[in-house]
Design a protein around this ligand. Structure first.
Ligand code: PMV
Length: 321
């Protein structure tokens, strides 16, 4: 055993994951498609230490709150079970994405933790194995193991990992409207949608169709078609979520204003499409050549950051802090 450090980037789904086929194994109801970004990385060091009596987890230099520590501990238990050890670890993580704001901090967080912890505990895993392991921490983390465009397969535990797929040239303009924590966690809202939303079945059916259509647009290098599918898929996911009982609303008035502006940008001739995860922030899909025009147009709505395709989670030589 040794200290190991990994860095992972968040990913934004063009065809969303929303709903589980199996909660214990974090198997999704449908496959999903995302772009790993080149901004907002999480860097994590895992240091197994036989003198510790329990895991220690610091996030951005301070002791993590109990629920976050508990999730990390449960994840490390999976790693320790495979490694045949019960040695606790010191985990230090530095997150540059606003935590819990619907900007996929759990994806970069668990992807970095999966890569660092498997190296620290000497598990010999290839990318698909690391993607399957990251999936157990947070579903969307499976996709942050992949460079750029990633397809995460539904299916059994063996089959459910992410792998790279062909992609047209693409940029994403992230518009951060509110960086505070979200009102209901995606984990809880996902369960609530599946149990109570009358639109859940329709969502699952439509997401499977959207995935096939999106993959075909990717193969054809057709960003306009891919963007259209992504925007409609995001709005369908939010419709299913909003129809839950009690309802959950992640999109705020500012989010809707960005969707409206993006529609206007299309009327002005740009290829721009909006998406949003479980939070108020909106991410705009566009060709790299139009990213600066899109960013300028969205600057009045919040903090804008232009991202391109980023690398899958990987080990780093230097530890955190
Ligand atoms: O990985 P989780 O459990 O945080 O779920 C993420 C869900 C969405 O971000 C809303 C959609 C997606 O596919 O990333």
């Amino acid at each position: 055993m040794r200290a190991a450090t990994a860095r992972a980037y968040p990913n934004i789904a063009l065809v969303k994951y929303w709903g589980k086929r199996d909660a214990a194994w974090n198997l999704p109801a449908t496959g999903s498609l995302s772009l790993t970004l080149d901004v907002f990385p999480t860097t994590t060091t895992v240091e197994p230490d036989p003198t510790l009596t329990a895991d220690v987890f610091t996030l951005d230099g301070v002791a993590a709150p109990a629920p976050a520590l508990e999730r990390v501990r449960r994840f490390l238990d999976l790693v320790r079970e495979r490694a045949g050890t019960d040695t606790a670890a010191r985990v230090r993580s530095v997150n540059t994405v606003p935590t819990g704001a619907g900007l996929a901090s759990s994806a970069s967080g668990f992807a970095a933790l999966a890569v660092a912890a498997s190296a620290a505990y000497d598990l010999d895993l290839e990318r698909p194995g690391l993607s399957r392991l990251a999936r157990r921490g947070s579903g969307s983390a499976a996709r942050s193991l992949v460079d750029g465009m990633a397809l995460w397969h539904a299916g059994t535990d063996e089959e459910s990992f992410a792998e790279p797929v062909a992609s047209p040239e693409v940029a994403m303009v992230v518009t951060v409207l509110e960086a505070g924590p979200k009102p209901v966690s995606s984990r809880e809202a996902m369960t609530r949608t599946a149990l109570t939303s009358p639109y859940y079945r329709a969502w699952v059916e439509s997401a499977s169709q959207s995935l096939q259509a999106a993959l075909s647009a990717c193969r054809d290098g057709d960003l306009d078609r891919l963007g259209r599918i992504a925007e409609s898929n995001a709005l369908r996911m939010h419709a299913a979520i909003e129809a839950s009982d009690p309802p959950v609303r992640y999109l705020r008035p500012g989010s809707i204003a960005v969707f409206d502006r993006v529609e206007q940008l299309r009327e002005e001739g740009l290829c721009a499409y909006a998406t949003a995860d479980a939070g108020p922030n909106v991410v705009v899909i566009c060709p790299p050549s139009e990213a600066e025009a899109v960013r300028t147009a969205l600057a009045p709505f919040g903090t804008t950051v232009t991202a391109g395709p980023g690398p899958g989670a990987a080990l780093l030589a230097e530890p955190v802090g």
